[in-house]
Structure formats: structure tokens, C-alpha cells
Design a protein around this ligand. Structure first.
Ligand code: NAP
Ligand code: GCO
Length: 267
């Protein structure tokens, strides 16, 4: 009988995780390395790339880092050329790089709106468009878009982010539709509320030492009663990057501790 677990291996795969110096991207990349992949990441500045290389090396991971702003198509194409020359053709792409601006919509400037849409929606288009031809030539590919609960729900002050993440859900489905015939699977991960630098402002202790109201709110809304960690997402990421998910396409897997299924703890 074939060893079923081999399907979860990433041995020999080249995996590019965008914006993976720290946070969720770092979690995906370290899991990919443990599953056998050659890991590539990028960040906006050399300082951040160097910080990431040091962090990966401390874990014994020989990651390759590149300075690349994912909103800049020229930089993305130049970076991909370097990756293909120095590491190999990309088998797995994780569109992880993202920003959020928490501003009431009527106070948000168009420039602020555009910045969020640029990183969270335009960039996944730019990077996916760059890697797909190589995946078609190779006869396989995996694209994982990091969506959000805001791909399904809104909340005050995150209009641009929710619009971008909602669009990213549909881009995921459209890449599936357009390139599934080339054995390319494009799926999304929808993390719930995860403890990373992006959500640190929502968990800061109050001046009197009490919990941030949003922290209490999320714990009450989450059946698991806690914030997620990057480690909570690693298994899903490896699964979607591996051969084990070859017949899954266009899906968003929510790793949210149950929030989306739950009305919330009674006060
Ligand atoms: P994070 O801690 O803010 O990290 C974001 C990463 O993206 C940073 O490394 C950042 O680099 C990089 N980045 C931003 N703009 C970039 C650009 N133009 N080019 C290249 N890299 C860029 O965020 P996170 O919490 O790890 O979230 C990662 C992804 O998961 C995001 O797409 C986010 O929307 C999504 N997500 C997060 C949560 C959560 O609760 N944390 C939940 C759902 C979805 P710099 O440090 O140089 O800016
Ligand atoms: C916020 C949070 C969320 C999370 C995540 C939830 O301000 O509501 O930052 O947007 O980051 O996207 O899935």
C-alpha cells in the first residue's frame, strides 16, 4: 500500500512566502521548511530581509530572502527571475504580505484606501500573474492567498481591508477557474484573530492594566476562548501546499477557532 503520508511532504518544492520576515508568513515558511521545502521570502527593506534571514538561520533554516515591494510589478518580476536562477521555479506561492488601516471610512483618504487595496489585493494579482507561467510549464502549482474573516464579515474602521480581502476571496476562485486545468490549485486561508504585530494594537493592556476591550470581545466571540497563534495555521498551510490537497481548488479554509460559526458568549 502506498505510504499516504508522503502526500504531505514538500520535499524538493520551492515555496515563496511574501512578507515573511515575521508574523504569519514566518510561521508558514518555517512549517514549509520542516516539510522539506526550499523557502524563499521577501520584504520591503534590506534591514527586514536581514532580520528575517537571521531568524530563519536561528532555526537552522537556509531561507533565501529578497528585497521586493509586492505592489511593484517590475520588482516582483525581477525578484522572480532571481529566485528561478538562484533557487528554482516556484512550486508554491503564499500571498501573505498585507497591511491594514483602522480608520472610519468617512475619515479615510482615497490614498489610504488605495494603499490597502494595493498591498492586500493588487499585489496578490501581480505576484500570482508572475508565477503562473512557470507553474504551467512545470505542470503543477499551488497558490495560497491569505484571506481573512473580513473576506466574509465587516466591522467598523476596516472598510478598505475588508473590501480587499473580499476581493482576494474572489481572485482565489477566479485563479482556480482559469488555471485549474493546468493542475494549479489556488486556495485561501482565512485566519481568525491571530496574535501577531498586525493585531498587537487590539490586545494592548489599558492604562489601568485591564484587558483591551477588543481583546475581551474576541475571546467572547471565539469558542476556543483565545486568540490564535501562527502555529495554529501551519498545518493548513502545509496541507494546501502539498499533493494531499490536489483535488481542492477555489476554497477558503477558515482557521478561526470557530468565530465564524458562533453568535458569541452570552453577556
Ligand atoms: P504583519 O505582522 O503586519 O506582517 C505583514 C508582513 O507583510 C510584514 O512582514 C510586512 O513587511 C509585509 N509587507 C507589508 N507590505 C508589504 C509590501 N508592499 N511588500 C512586501 N512585504 C510587505 O501581519 P500578519 O498578522 O503576519 O498578517 C499576514 C497576513 O495575514 C496579512 O495578509 C494579513 O492581512 C493576514 N491576516 C492576519 C490576521 C491576524 O489576525 N494577524 C488574520 C487574518 C489575516 P514590513 O514589516 O516591512 O512592513
Ligand atoms: C481587525 C483585525 C482583523 C484581523 C483579521 C481577522 O482589525 O479586525 O486586524 O482584520 O487582522 O483579518 O481575520
Amino acid at each position: 500500500m502506498e505510504d499516504f503520508t508522503k502526500k504531505f511532504s514538500l520535499a524538493g518544492k520551492v515555496a515563496w512566502v511574501t512578507g515573511a520576515t515575521y508574523g504569519l508568513g514566518f510561521g508558514y515558511a518555517t512549517a514549509f521548511a520542516q516539510a522539506g521545502a526550499k523557502v524563499v521570502f521577501n520584504d520591503i527593506s534590506q534591514d527586514k530581509v536581514d532580520m528575517g534571514l537571521k531568524a530563519y538561520a536561528e532555526l537552522g533554516i537556509d531561507a533565501k530572502g529578497y528585497v521586493c515591494d509586492v505592489t511593484n510589478e517590475e520588482q516582483v518580476q525581477a525578484t522572480l527571475k532571481k529566485i528561478e536562477e538562484e533557487v528554482g521555479v516556484v512550486d508554491v506561492l503564499v500571498n501573505n504580505a498585507g497591511i491594514i488601516k483602522r480608520i472610519p471610512m468617512t475619515d479615510m483618504t482615497v490614498e489610504q484606501w488605495r494603499q490597502v487595496i494595493d498591498v492586500d489585493l493588487n499585489a496578490p494579482f501581480i505576484v500570482s500573474k508572475a508565477v503562473i507561467p512557470g507553474m504551467i510549464k512545470k505542470g503543477h502549482g499551488k497558490i495560497i492567498n491569505i484571506c481573512s474573516m473580513m473576506s466574509e464579515l465587516g466591522r467598523e474602521t476596516v472598510s478598505a481591508y475588508a473590501a480587499a480581502k473580499g476581493g482576494l476571496k474572489m481572485l482565489t476562485r477566479n485563479i482556480c477557474s482559469e488555471y485549474g486545468a493546468y493542475n494549479i490549485q489556488c486556495n485561501g486561508i482565512g485566519p481568525g484573530y491571530i496574535a501577531t504585530p498586525q493585531t498587537a494594537p487590539l490586545r494592548e493592556k489599558q492604562p489601568d492594566g485591564s484587558m483591551h476591550p477588543f481583546d475581551s470581545f474576541i475571546r467572547a466571540k471565539t469558542p476556543a476562548g483565545r486568540w490564535g497563534t501562527p502555529e495554529d495555521l501551519q498545518g493548513t498551510a502545509v496541507f494546501l501546499a502539498s499533493d494531499a490537497s490536489d483535488f481542492i481548488n477555489g476554497q477558503i479554509i477558515y482557521v478561526d477557532g470557530g468565530i465564524l460559526a458562533y453568535i458569541g458568549k452570552q453577556p
